[in-house]
Design a protein around this ligand. Structure first.
Ligand code: GLN
Length: 301
């Protein structure tokens, strides 16, 4: 499985966000700590970020390991942004290689979106005729790669263009696809002002308050496949949930089928008290779509 991360907050360098943390996404490319599927993430990488005054993100992507890219280190050192989505890829069977299959995926030239998928769909090329058939031909032709992640992005983008909210678009696609094929769908989406993510078969964590606030001002939020350091404040998102966050606001976690409740009671990951919400849904690792939660049940993380 890939590892991915999104950040909203006061501008930081890509290096501070991705390379300098002891277990940063850069290092997760060869030494992830919580990866359940695959071993290293050397089949591609991508970083998308927003520059001041421009709602359309820039992307740097490659089809090989992030540590072998000749440009990444320089770009990361001098680029600052308050909204970033990045991923390192371990390609799953049946999917194309190359930079076009590396997240983040983006919308059209005037659209603000960045999207990533951590997971895999079984037999996706044969079993998703229904959902794919609802896409305009132009949207199918615009898919960047022959890859489950690119198709999922096409399905999400179609809903966003139809006016769905980000969390709603992700939730609908997870539901629709999960009815047809087994799979893992940890999805991550930003427009530079908000982030939405699903935990559907793999680990997902939220941390509010990174970087450590230097004074009054907006508080940064990170949503990531796994913590990039051992500092307190990382909260695990229960499997089978969608989390949404806007810059400065507390993230909200809700079951894919139920009402929104705020994240609260931060506990450090691995503190011995179990992961947030784990006591409520039977462990949080029960696999995609098997959380067993009831509508309206509190899943505060
Ligand atoms: N299935 C996707 C791909 O092949 C995502 C991979 C992953 O999460 N490892 O790119």
């Amino acid at each position: 499985m890939c590892r991915h991360l999104a950040f909203l907050g006061p501008p930081v360098t890509l290096r501070a966000l991705l390379v300098e943390p002891p277990w940063g996404l850069y290092r997760q490319a060869w030494a992830p700590r919580m990866q359940r599927h695959g071993t290293v993430n050397a089949d591609g990488f991508g970083v998308g970020w927003y520059a001041p005054g421009d709602p359309v993100p820039a992307r740097l992507r490659g089809g090989g390991p992030i540590w072998g890219d000749p440009s990444f280190a320089d770009v990361a050192r001098v680029t600052r942004s308050g909204a970033v989505l990045a991923a390192v890829r371990s390609a799953t069977a049946g999917n194309a290689g190359g930079p076009g299959a590396a997240a983040p995926f983006a919308g059209g030239p005037d659209e603000p979106w960045l999207f990533s998928h951590n997971g895999a769909l079984t037999d996706w090329g044969r079993s998703l005729d229904g959902p794919a058939g609802a896409l305009p031909v132009a949207a199918l032709l615009a898919l960047e790669a022959r890859c489950d992640s690119a198709l999922l992005w096409g399905l999400v983008l179609h809903r966003l263009r139809g006016g769905a909210e980000p969390g709603e678009a992700l939730t609908e696609v997870v539901r629709e696809v999960a009815e047809r094929v087994p799979g893992r769908m940890n999805l991550l989406l930003t427009d530079g002002r908000t982030v939405a993510a699903t935990a559907w078969g793999d680990t997902l964590f939220v941390r509010r308050g990174w970087p450590p606030p230097a004074g009054p001002g907006p508080v940064g939020t990170v949503i990531a496949s796994e913590p990039f350091d051992d500092a307190p404040g990382w909260e695990e998102v229960p499997d089978g949930s969608v989390v949404t966050a806007a810059a400065g606001d507390a993230p909200r976690v809700r079951p894919i089928t139920a009402t929104t409740v705020p994240v609260r009671n931060a506990r450090p990951a691995g503190s011995g008290g179990g992961t947030a919400g784990a006591g409520r849904d039977g462990g949080g690792g029960g696999g995609a779509g098997r959380s067993g939660r009831r509508d309206g049940e509190d899943v505060s993380a």
